[in-house]
Write a protein that binds this ligand. Sequence first.
Ligand code: BJW
Ligand code: ZN
Length: 251
Amino acid sequence: MEHLAQAAKLLAQAQRVVVFTGAGISAESGVPTFRDALTGLWERFDAQSLATPQAFQDDPDLVWGWYEWRRHRVTSVRPNPGHEAVAAVERHAPHTAVITQNVDDLHERAGSAQPVHLHGSLFAPRCSLCGFPAPLPASEGEPDDGRRLPPPACTRCSGPVRPGVVWFGEALPESALEDAVRAAAGCDVLLTVGTSGLVYPAAEIPRLAARSGAAVIQVNPQPTPLDPIARVNLHGAAATVLPAVVAAAWP
Ligand code: BJW
Ligand code: ZN
């Protein structure tokens, strides 16, 4: 409780806030975290190997099938009180930037104005050869667990369409990374929620804020490598802890 009150006070007094989120914020909506993303029949694969350009080149049907299955899962779930609390922070503290590593759209659906997506989106496929944006395939219901699906062909060059996400070894979208760096370097408080803090360069964002003098507040049920830089560590689930912090900051 003492920690929660300290976090609430820091937030209420801040002029500029950054909320930095990872897969943990969507866990309670029913979206598995990245490290738990291979459930059911996908369990025999390794997420870190599938989320690579090499995997798509070697087996496009496998990778496209995995992402279509995940896109349908996200479409069928709803934002949770954690996402709603983030949108509430934006309403109370008008100079708030939401920076997410998530490829789902749950921040938008909870009312966040313009979350910055560092790792792209499940909803913005594009051609893997020429980069031309591709329409989302018409929904035929949830693809079977573990089912391969051939990617659609690009309408401009017939190349295979790929998910609009950032895979390991790929550069992050330049303007998203610039926005994130600028916001982190200029904020008074950075609230990091539900991220393992293991994947770079995104994991540099809370570290940059701390080096620039911001107070870092972390919400995570588990210890992470960000523990040492956090001024306040709130050990708990986002959907419980975030609404409590918001209620205490703006009673
Ligand atoms: C809860 C909860 C609840 C549970 N409430 N919390 C420096 C050092 C070492 C390596 C590198 C480095 N710099 C770059 C690298 C290489 C690599 C990297 O970081 N590797 C590490 C694994 C070591 N980085 C890259 O390759 C990046 N690109 C790059 O560097 O390019 C260089 C380049 C420059 C110029 C030209 C060309 C190249 C790209 C990284 C892209 C990452 N993409 C992914 C996949 C996206 C698509 C998809 O989803 O399939 O993004 S990987 C995956 O990890 C995904 C996530 O956004 C990201 C972060 O994961 P996140 O969100 O932290 O989730 P989890 O699952 O790890 O953790 C969940 C957390 O939630 C846990 O802590 C739980 O406890 C918690 N939790 N329930 C609150 N209810
Ligand atoms: Zn093309």
